[in-house]
Design a protein around this ligand. Sequence first.
Ligand code: AMP
Length: 411
Amino acid sequence: MSERIKTPRGTFDVLGEAALARAELERTAKGIFERAGYSRIETPTFEATELFARGVGESTDVVQKEMYTFDDGGGGSLTLRPEGTAPVCRAYLEHGMHKLAQPVKLWYLGPYFRAERPQHGRYRQFGQVGVEAIGSDDPAVDAETIVLLAEILEAIKARDLRLRLSSLGTPDTRAGYKAELQGYLREHEGELSQEVRDRIDLNPLRAFDADHPGTRQVMAGAPLLLDRLNDEDREHFETVKALLDAAGLAYEVDPGLVRGLDYYTRTVFEFSSDALGAQSGVGGGGRYDGLIEQLGGPHTPGMGWAAGVERMLLASDPPPTAPPPLDLYVAYAKPEYREQAFRLAADARRAGHAAQLELGGRSVKGLFKQADRAKARYVAILGDEGTALKDMESGEQRTVEIDTVMHHIRR
Ligand code: AMP
């Protein structure tokens, strides 16, 4: 016997209750976004590789080693999308959305792909739900989008949440700070982990992420970007904080908060859940005032976030979901009644009832068991004496004309 084919490493099938829980999460998010005036956007699951190389940043882990990139067959290079912000910004430019009322407020939900080492809460295909608000640098945009994610997490009863917040300032401030931090790290090179030492040139900020005890000790005394912000950026950050305070949302300012993607400016934030273990990030994002320019557009500020669908569900106790109740289960005692039974089930569904036809050739005993499992309210069995209609709630059974079945179940 040949070996059976399984899901690729780091991917999973979604079945039964998990599928219901995901649908419920989507419904919850959709309601919250729509009430705030965000409209849905869908973009392709693959894009020109160049979009992510330019948008996400060449030095990021995502672009360096986590992208699924392939040949388009004509000399071009395509990549399965590892994140949603660059594609949405591409769409904003492609469709001239700068002509719409600003900011343009969008939300999305779909699959994303990263070639990461799989573990609990980390997959190679995962779901993300996210928002992007493009075209305004008002700090209220930052606060509003953060509050939207908080609202979703509250609605799904996510446990043990923490919200961390920081500001990265402008690229200029960051460049000056990066040089300062590199100088500081070189002074302490002997105390740092090899990994951090290797990245002093490319990505020194990642040193704040390290678990290595020596590195952590060095980082406790490191200069902080938050202390180097210019007046405008500092004021912007103060206003974001004041608005979150006004909304009653608790947060910690974490000057070491590092996000994995390069495009962030000013506000960055992350929700994590202590219920999740090592992969504790539930969702996060920030402002990206330079991204649209990087993609060849005019200077256009933007703000957004993405949250992982699987991690949101892992962090919450999703209420037990059940399939919708079944109004009618239709079966037939002899093959010659099959067509009539088929039509009855179809008519019932067209009339708005939940109706299923017996498809497994079950005996009377077997079909009642199945109807019971499906929580059917009525069972109709077509036969020589007419249609036996049983009310599964009261146990009452009677024989009726087939044309009157709908009338009976409606009562
Ligand atoms: P990021 O774009 O890296 O900030 O990711 C945003 C959110 O997506 C994270 O907080 C996670 O919840 C989720 N996420 C990112 N990568 C993965 C992955 N490989 N598997 C599952 N969820 C992920």
